[in-house]
Design a protein around this ligand. Structure first.
Ligand SMILES: Nc1nc2c(ncn2[C@@H]2O[C@H](COP(=O)(O)OP(=O)(O)OP(=O)(O)O)[C@@H](O)[C@H]2O)c(=O)[nH]1
Length: 445
């Protein structure tokens, strides 16, 4: 997601960086391109226009700081304004002061409601006892889907006695008494999906709302729907009293229009984002991180969090220190490869690193199906060789190849990839500059 927007912005800023002083015309030209890039990302025209106006006002109005370049200044303003556009601060879920908390998930068919219901239950299950309730009774398959997913995630499920039968209000009431009897403190209702917003659906949601007095009505939107998603949000806001948005399929190739504009258009904050098909792939939405990703600054916080979750933090800290000190060794590469295997798909990890798109695709090109071979090659080297691979010469390469059950060609490839990564980290992974609390990776300018 955001790839093409990111690339466009990268191009615009690299042009600016090439200029020492920026004239008003330079800024106007750059911002015109920013607006065009936003429109291409399917952001509503008015929202893009207003955003660019605000950026322009701030850029032209600000005094020139001696500590940073003019291009950096513009970049920082764009970053701050993108954060503001997406809501600025993190919006947490509201839980009822007196349990149970009731969450209603609403949205169009196929937006990802059912999956999100279970993802959300799983996410909060560390500190709560959640239950998911199937209230999409028009589509028997939806009840079954929720049940199957809930079983997979070991989450309590409640639904009509027979899929395809029953009445929504009946199921809702029964779910409430079941929850009461079983000390369930969060009840998540998966409501009916429709292809379009219609009166029947809204009446049903209204009745449920009245009975449940929910802490959250979360509208689930497929981010691929772009601006259309924003229109849906406007309609649901008016009719269903939504309190938050969950944007799903952010891992896809959506252009980003919905993520950028939904808060500005509706005033309703994005609270959660779906970032994959696995049940663990639901994250809190963080405008700051999102803006950093859009601007190619990487989501270092997200990456570190992921790494910490996967354990081995001491090792990771050591690798980080080595990266900063420009002492990246093959041992570090080994730790990284193991982390990559634990972290999951490489493209997601790559997305979080503050590297320009082009470099990312180069790194992504590394054949990670052969990751085990790479590991075996490194493990067949002596500790000394892992620190100073340049001492590995012809005969040692053959020994390493046979020791690891691979080939000399593979050994050469590992060494080459290591050199490439070292170079990348040297250029982009080192240190961070600071500007008014912003963390800008050095080397970008
Ligand atoms: N890649 C990806 N796929 C997702 C995400 N969230 C949901 N999906 C997929 O989207 C498809 C539709 O999701 P559902 O949960 O069935 O959607 P729904 O809104 O409940 O649909 P109805 O039950 O038809 O109303 C499923 O194949 C999900 O696996 C996500 O964040 N990323």
């Amino acid at each position: 997601m955001f790839d093409s927007l990111k690339e466009r912005l990268e191009g615009i800023f690299s042009k600016l960086r090439g200029k020492g002083r920026l004239t008003e015309e330079d800024i106007n030209d750059a911002l015109r391109e920013v607006r065009r890039a936003l429109l291409e990302a399917d952001v509503n025209y008015k929202i893009a226009k207003d955003l660019v106006e605000r950026i322009k006002e701030r850029c032209l109005g600000q005094e020139v700081l001696s500590s940073i370049t003019p291009a950096q200044q513009v970049y920082a303003v764009v970053y701050e304004e993108l954060c503001n556009l997406m809501g600025g601060k993190k919006e947490r879920l509201n839980f009822a002061a007196k349990p149970p908390s009731v969450f209603m998930l609403v949205g169009l068919q196929g937006s990802g409601k059912t999956t999100t219901a279970v993802k959300l239950a799983l996410k909060i299950s560390d500190s709560h006892k959640p239950m998911v309730v199937a209230c999409d009774l028009r589509r028997p398959a939806a009840v079954k889907q929720l049940k199957v997913l809930a079983e997979k995630a070991r989450i309590l499920f409640f639904g009509p006695e027979e899929a395809g039968s029953g009445n929504v209000m009946d199921v809702t009431r029964k779910a409430l008494s079941y929850a009461d009897a079983h000390l369930i403190d969060v009840i998540i209702f998966d409501t009916a999906g429709r292809l379009h917003i219609d009166d029947d659906l809204m009446t049903e949601l209204e009745q449920m709302h009245k009975l449940l007095d929910p802490s959250e009505v979360l509208l689930v939107i497929d981010s691929m729907t772009g601006q259309e998603g924003v229109n849906v949000a406007e309609a649901f806001k008016e009719k269903a009293g939504i309190t938050g948005v969950v944007l799903t399929k952010l891992d896809g190739d959506a252009r980003g229009g919905a993520a950028l504009a939904v808060k500005a258009a509706t005033g309703v904050p994005i609270k959660l984002v779906g970032v994959g098909e696995h049940l663990e792939d639901l994250e809190e939405f963080d405008a700051t991180r999102m803006a950093q990703r859009i601007l190619g600054m990487g989501d270092m916080e997200g990456l570190l969090e992921k790494i910490q979750k996967s354990g081995d933090t001491k090792e990771i800290e050591r690798v980080q220190k080595n990266l900063q000190d420009n002492k990246f060794t093959l041992d570090d590469l080994l730790v990284q490869l193991r982390q990559v295997q634990k972290l999951g798909p490489l493209d997601k990890v790559m997305d979080m690193l503050p590297l320009p798109g082009k470099v990312k695709s180069q790194v992504s090109d590394i054949d990670f199906r052969r990751i085990k071979h790479v590991e075996a090659v490194i493990l067949s080297m002596t500790p000394e060789e892992r620190k100073k691979p340049e001492i590995i010469k012809g005969s040692r390469k053959r020994r390493i190849a046979s020791g690891s059950g691979t080939s000399v060609q593979m050994v050469n490839q590992v060494l080459k990839q290591y050199e490439q990564m070292k170079e990348i980290f040297k250029r982009f992974g080192k240190g961070k500059g600071k500007f008014k609390g912003l963390k800008l990776p050095k080397g970008l300018f």
